[in-house]
Unconditional design. Sequence first.
Lengths: 285, 361
Amino acid sequence: MSHRLRRLQKNGSLLALPTVAWLVIFFVLPLLIVLVVSFMSRGRGGVGQMPFTPEHYERTFGVFFIILQRSIGLAALTTIVCLLVGYPLAFFIATRRRRLVQQISLFLVILPFWTNFLIRTYAWRILLGEEGTINGILTGLGLVSEPLSLLNTQFAVLVGLVYGFLPFMALPIFASVERFNFRYVDAAHDLGANDVRTFLRVVLPLTLPGVLAGCALVFIPSVGAFVTPDLLGGTKGLMIGNLINKQFGGSGNMPLGSALSIVMMALVMISLLVYVFANRRDARA
Amino acid sequence: MKKLSLLICFICLMAPVAFAQDMERDPWTCPEGYEGQTLSIFNWSTYIAEDTVPNFEEACGVSVNYDIYESNEQMLARIRQGNPGYDIIVPSGGTVQRMAEEMLLIPLDMAMIPNVANVIPDLLGAAYDPDNTYSLPYQWGTVGVGYSTEVFPDGIISWEQVWEHDGPVAWLDDRQTMLGIAHLFLGNDPNSADPDEISAARDYLIEKGGNVVTVAADDGQVLLERGDVDIAVEYNGDILQISWDCECDDYAYAIPEEGSNVWIDNLSIPVDAPNPELAMVFIDYILDAKVGADLTNYIWYASPNQASIESGYIDEEILNDPAIFPPPEQVANLFSVIDVGPEAEELINNAWDELLIFLGQ
């Protein structure tokens, strides 16, 4: 048995070959192509052509920068709101005594996924519209005299993103909280820590892996979101994903779109590195 | 005797009319030999009558795949990557020109399309395809403003009213049309390729676009219908369709007097089409007087079909609506969009990206 295991360990790298081949063909090579195209000039129909030029990066950090900033800001805000809503939610579900209640709660978190994301986002258009459901209720109750402009704002995009990504925050935190041993809380209390101190020094550090995973899972797709801002944001909620999407239509600018994608990927990479770094520090502590 | 001769005269006078009507009422017949074949159509969304395709399937004994797209760019991108199996596409004028230059279209065989004789002669031989080698008109129309008649009881006659409106407005995500309108105000060629003029048009639109809440791909009429905007710059047919759906006078369409875009959408066959012969049979079918009229009666765009118009198959209401068939003095102010070439295309793209960025600031 141990002989076999040793042999497997020696030749085990072969087991990774299919995965490595897959990653090289479908991830590394396309990424390199995008990188090369991002330095090409725009040819007829928006495709890349020679000579090489840095102009698309200049534009990315020029006129497009304000939209990049807005995308990061909205994604960060989405992550924070998801965390503020998702953490208590995950705690609530994980601490239910009756297994049935817990299972139903989890089921309810996952339930929206049964409906297509596009349809759910369209539904927000109807809810947030000038003559929509929310404005109807507000004016009906006499809370506002004029309908509020909710749709086609950054607020609408935030609502749509939080709504869409909340489960990605709640589920990893739930997994962390479920593994949390509540006798630590008793121990902390016995040692004289109050509730706040117990939470900050014991509960939060031990559930941090779930929090960090949730933040990464919400932040990364939020930065590049384009369906939500397209349907809910109008001119004021335009995000970088919308502008990248436009560059790949028939008369767009693929090199520019590639440059925008590379910069966005770099941003995501930085946030992943932060995640890994924080996790490692956390593991050491 | 006198009565009889009168009667005979009457019959003689009426006979050609009756005969002609009988001729026109002959339903379109499919040439033999296509039974069991398949045709794949790639058309704009909401751009065909409910029974157009089923009737064709029945007449020819074929089955039809029907896919939709929302913009010329979207369709072009699909065909450029290699035709995924479409036999019929419906590109607008400038796009026909571009696709022909990129050799993405198959020449039409007019011998297979005898109904080409039905097309309004003025709509043939347009600048984007002078000999109709690759395209025949499907429908045509204008870009203008759809507006709420409650907000504008006296109507809209000028773009200035759109720029100055104190309320939400949706523009059309059609860069050449919107920049072309700005060019008209600045006294330039609507298809200008001059960098300074394009920048000036962009700045003009950014300055006038403070009330724009969204630049809509092709759903401005939905926003108008739902009350999210008071004005939607849109294709005429889309606005007329919501008026028709609600059977009310809440919405109206106008072409502002300064001018706007006139467009012709065309039937073409993309390169590598699996069944180009059946595609030409389909084009002939669409250009039939009755089929074309039924199409227009359903989607409310202007028909390019002289025979449909003259035969009386098209509803009077549509025929006499200036929003569908604009009066000649308005037609004089309309511009059509052409392919401006790669350099100007890049300038226009950049200007449009910048406009989208700065409209939201």
